[in-house]
Design a binder for this molecule. Structure first.
Ligand SMILES: Cc1cc2nc3c(=O)[nH]c(=O)nc-3n(C[C@H](O)[C@H](O)[C@H](O)COP(=O)(O)OP(=O)(O)OC[C@H]3O[C@@H](n4cnc5c(N)ncnc54)[C@H](O)[C@@H]3O)c2cc1C
Length: 392
């Protein structure tokens, strides 16, 4: 975690986010409809310096904290869940370089990330092993100080637009699938081909299509030790993914509830809906209650991550996994409940100012984006080891 003070202070973060959300709001309907990557929002993330949020001030970045990342992810998620996820995942990758890149790699990459010149994409999912983070099938090979990358990547958010990639592969000389290395490759170091096809139910603007990546990079572009990815996963990838994604999902659901409440309290809304209806009030309450629970869990998990504790401890892993599972389920359920509360016109139709239809489609991806089932299996094993049921 970066310990430098924020270079520009919280006021600038707020202003930068306002600039990005203004751009996002202008283009979100089109990027969702046409399943187009939000290039305008990415340009705004670059020009405002937000791509450098996690880069220490000494390297020219904003020197933000994990709390800043969570706050920014929530704000972006309110206006467009795809943009929020693009940003949160980039920050998670940047933090891995900050904490595990060697000095030469940090000096080379971090100033460019801070200037907005490098948007990072994540390549962990693989055909065959699916989302299983701690294993890899494609093998890093090489010699003469070079690492050869030949990797099919079935789901890469923003892969067609990224300037650099952090890729998991089997380490050179690996004995098992769990000897995993994380390697950085700049776009110019790779031959990239892809189907370009991305026609999902939601998260359409994330443009997370399949890519084939091949090329070679200097051996110094390995992030952390060869075979040491499990440490990066436990200390950075897992925690920041679960905090960042949950913050984005909470932002998306909170934005949806806010738009519903504004509609209900507008003159047109008062005419259409009976604000004293016990059914309506109970349904609004249920949605709010779900978001309060996610917010409380997010705040607690953030506190644990910020405390600097060893995050590989079972109780802390259980907390972080519970956050992801609960946020995915409850944010989706909160918006689904709002659809029921408002009915067809303002719950289900695309052109309603509540935009519940898009929020619901986007949030449906949350339980799949690193499968909740997979996390439940991991949590079941962890829970068995803690007979006393001690909480983090
Ligand atoms: C919008 C979006 C963006 C994404 N962006 C990226 C990205 O940028 N980079 C990237 O690498 N990946 C990305 N992913 C992929 C994501 O991280 C997951 O790896 C992927 O969604 C899992 O794919 P899967 O459901 O096919 O596979 P699996 O995780 O293998 O799961 C398939 C299904 O099988 C079941 N299952 C599988 N294994 C187990 C198990 N051990 N225990 C219990 N149940 C199991 C579950 O029911 C699960 O739903 C993205 C996914 C989404 C939805």
């Amino acid at each position: 975690m970066s310990t430098e003070p924020a270079a520009n202070g919280p006021l600038d973060l707020t202003a930068a986010l306002a600039e990005v959300t203004a751009v996002t709001g202008e283009h979100a309907a089109r990027t969702d409809r046409d399943a187009e990557f939000p290039v305008e929002a990415l340009d705004a993330l670059r020009s405002t310096g937000l791509l450098g949020l996690m880069v220490p001030a000494a390297h020219g970045g904003l020197g933000g904290t994990v709390a800043d990342l969570v706050a920014a992810a929530q704000t972006l998620g309110r206006s467009d869940m795809s943009v929020g996820m693009i940003f949160a995942m980039h920050c998670q990758q940047a933090e891995a370089i900050v904490r595990y890149g060697d000095r030469a790699l940090r000096d080379e990459l971090l100033p460019d990330i801070a200037k907005g010149g490098i948007y990072l994409a994540s390549v962990t999912t693989e055909t065959g092993k699916g989302g299983h983070l701690l294993s890899a099938q494609a093998q890093l090979t090489g010699g003469d100080g070079q690492l050869v990358i030949d990797r099919f990547a079935p789901v890469v958010t923003g892969g067609g637009y990224a300037d650099g990639f952090l890729i998991t592969m089997r380490s050179p000389g690996a004995v098992t699938d769990s000897d995993v290395s994380l390697v950085y490759a700049h776009r110019s170091q790779l031959g990239i081909s892809g189907s370009g096809e991305w026609q999902p139910m939601g998260m359409r603007a994330s443009h997370s299509g399949a890519l084939k990546l091949s090329g070679s990079v200097p051996a110094r572009q390995v992030v952390g030790e060869h075979g040491g990815f499990h440490e990066i996963a436990a200390q950075v990838f897992g925690p920041l993914a679960h905090l960042g994604w949950s913050a984005v999902w909470l932002g998306t659901a909170a934005g949806a509830l806010s738009r519903v409440l504004r509609l209900l309290r507008s003159p047109a809304g008062r005419e259409r809906f009976d604000l004293t209806s016990e059914l309506l009030l109970s349904r609004i309450s249920r949605s709010r209650q779900r978001l309060e629970a996610v917010h409380a869990l997010l705040t607690r998990a953030l506190g644990v991550v910020e405390s600097g504790s060893d995050l590989s401890a079972p109780a802390r892993q259980l907390l972080l996994n519970s956050l992801k599972i609960t946020a995915a389920d409850e944010c989706h359920a909160a918006v689904d409940g709002l659809v029921t509360a408002l009915g067809l016109r303002h719950g289900y139709l695309k052109d309603s100012p509540t935009h519940l239809e898009r929020a619901l489609r986007d949030l449906r991806s949350a339980a799949l984006n690193y499968s909740n089932d997979r996390l439940h299996l991991a949590d079941g094993r962890l829970a068995l080891r803690d007979q006393g049921v001690n909480f983090a």
